[in-house]
Design a protein around this ligand. Sequence first.
Ligand code: NDP
Length: 338
Amino acid sequence: KLILVTGVNGFIAAHAVIALLDGGYQVRGTVRSEKSAEIVRKTYSAYADKFSVAVVPDMSVKNAFDEAVKDIHGALHIASPFMLNIKDNESEVLIPAIEGTKNLLASVAAHAPQAKRVVITSSFAAMADFSKGFWPGHTYNEADWNEVTYDYAKTADAVVCYCASKALAEKAAWKFINEQKPHFDLTVLNPPMVFGPAAHVVSLSAMNTSAWDIHRFLSGELEDVPDTGFWGFVDVRDLAVAHVRALEVPEAGNERFFIVSGRYSYQKTADVLRASPLIAEADKKLVPVGKPGQNYPGADIYEVDNSKSKKILGLKYRSFEESIVDAALNMIDVRNKA
Ligand code: NDP
């Protein structure tokens, strides 16, 4: 069966592609440029008969995916702008996220009659109610929504704008399904911070945002442990499994899943890295010390509920220690080879 994966050159998509190929699927991945196409063709050269690439230069243009969706049986829509150095909220983030999602769904509806399901990689960003702060006593689950408006997001800071782009894109997707009633159904995955090793071609200068978040702890650039902004995490390898299960499990149709292993903090990140026997002493010296053992998520921070994903998708989650140490070892390797 042929599955379309948008943004196939990214961090999460790379793991999803491996899980799909290992699961016997064929994959057609979209990228924005011929240069990215060349890189991913090389990455998956061992699977040349099962992996192909389609260049979609601008997903916010109507009918952008019309060619790319031909003959697919399902799609993972993973592409979305996730960067924090932006100049124009609308053109760089909000429009591609929202219109890209609508255009993908419209193309599948019009040109992929055999497609059964579209899976969208949304985010905890689409669930979090920032007006509540760290919301002590609350347990986040699939019923929660970030209710930010487009008008507010237009001039908000980069983090709020990114979170809004995910919420508004996901809302647009559910609206499309409810109003158009297409021949396929929708499954949405909402991961928080995604850690773990990279499977795609990475460079220190162009690292995806969540990897950069951890890389700071190993680069020597942090003088102290920063304040934690988001307290949930998941390993990218578990999220990849979630994408495949989301395509396959019948009961996952028209459902939303909070894909979260548990809670963490930046202080815990620093403590785990410095305690790991797998990380060299020279690298540990670069990790800020902060206040070891303090500022862990406690009763003053929201809880996270992953029971639906365990029950319906059958997920098992890696520990924070495994995720963060594997991410660190991968980054140290990239740095040492640079
Ligand atoms: P990456 O930056 O590694 O991947 C993002 C992908 O989206 C790339 O293929 C990128 O293409 C593509 N993309 C970005 N902007 C556009 C655009 N304007 N038009 C078309 N394609 C675009 O990030 P991740 O793998 O971490 O993120 C993948 C998805 O997961 C995103 O939807 C993100 O919102 C979501 N997510 C990520 C989390 C995390 O912690 N990493 C947490 C929760 C959700 P190009 O290389 O050409 O820029």
